[in-house]
Design a protein around this ligand. Structure first.
Ligand code: HEC
Length: 298
């Protein structure tokens, strides 16, 4: 995997790499198995970590840039890329921008935000994803499965109407097939797929770094676009956020917030996955092995 440009966050990921090696490699000799190390991290762990990263960037952009920005008069639009549209990407389009860049870096991985009531037709789930989305909607739990029709390992995570702008904008959008969204509804699912069922620790960290770089670059594309806005609707780019006025955070300020929020979350997901693997389950704890029971019997 070729990563042409990794921002400062690579440092945080390097720390993760070291932790990852300790967590997943049980003996030093195992590290010698092949160039990228042994593929002993289940793809589910990769998906959970990617999703922790992505959900955090999505929430940051929606609630601290788009939400307060709209109140200040900043515009966000699906045709934000058009020359004569003085607007930034909607949250769903920042995600698509990230997905496209990520696929260039990691061709085996794909990211898609779908729904059963999409504003944009091409975001409608099909086939197995449609079936698993029905379960996800019912229990609000992530779904992991092998999609037989594509031969790809797939994960779907609920995309929740977590903030008022989600509901307001979708209900008011002329192309929305549904106008009664409420706060906390499952509006769709962030859907990841990957070609293999395991990755090595090295691949895990490389893919996470590729996600981080792609997300930051997508935000940078928005900043570049603001330079072409008409003066009355052009935000000042610097250290301040839209909650304080016609401002948007510059790349360093935005990246620092992403690093601050995400590194801990991602590390926690890694630790949780490892703990789940090594901690005995509740039933194992409740019923000690037969030999032990026999010994402690009076
Ligand atoms: C200012 C308007 C706006 C806001 C705010 C907004 N969306 Fe959207 N959303 C859209 C538009 C427009 C699309 C379709 C974009 C495309 O793919 O062209 C979309 C796409 C989506 C999709 C993919 C399915 C579809 O409808 O095409 C989901 C799921 C979604 N949004 C959920 C959310 C959630 C959850 C939030 C809040 C965290 C949110 N949206 C905030 C306008 C908005």
């Amino acid at each position: 995997m070729n990563i042409p440009k990794i921002p400062k966050s690579a440092l945080a990921l390097a720390t993760l790499a070291v932790v990852g090696i300790y967590l997943f490699a049980t003996a030093p000799s195992e590290l010698d198995a092949g160039a990228g190390g042994r593929r002993d991290v289940p793809v589910e762990t990769l998906f959970r970590m990617l999703d922790a990263e992505n959900a955090s960037v999505r929430a940051l952009y929606t609630s601290e840039v788009v939400g307060p920005g709209l109140k200040q008069g900043l515009k966000f639009h699906e045709s934000w890329r058009s020359k004569d549209v003085h607007a930034g990407p909607l949250p769903a389009l920042l995600l698509r921008e990230t997905a496209n860049r990520l696929q260039q870096r990691v061709p085996d991985l794909s990211l898609f935000l779908g729904s059963t009531f999409p504003i944009e037709d091409s975001n409608h789930f099909k086939g197995a994803q449609l079936k698993f989305f029905a379960s996800l909607e019912k229990n609000r739990e992530p779904q992991f499965f092998l999609d037989d029709s594509t031969g790809r390992y797939t994960a779907m995570f609920p995309d929740i109407a977590a903030a008022p702008p989600c509901v307001k904008c979708h209900n008011e959008h002329p192309k929305s097939p549904r106008k009664d969204w409420k706060l906390n509804d499952v509006m769709g699912a962030t859907t990841w797929s990957y070609a293999r069922k395991d990755v090595s620790v090295d691949e895990l960290v490389t893919i996470l770094a590729a996600y981080r770089a792609s997300a930051i670059e997508s935000y940078e594309a928005y900043l570049k676009k603001t330079a072409s806005f008409a003066p009355e609707g052009r935000p000042e780019v610097g250290e301040r956020w839209p909650v304080d006025g016609m401002f948007v955070p510059d790349l360093a300020t935005f990246s620092a917030r992403v690093e601050e929020r995400n590194s801990a979350k991602t590390l926690n997901a890694l630790l949780k996955a490892k703990l789940a693997e090594t901690t005995p389950t509740a039933t194992e704890k409740a019923a000690p092995p037969a030999a032990q029971r026999a010994k402690s019997a009076p």
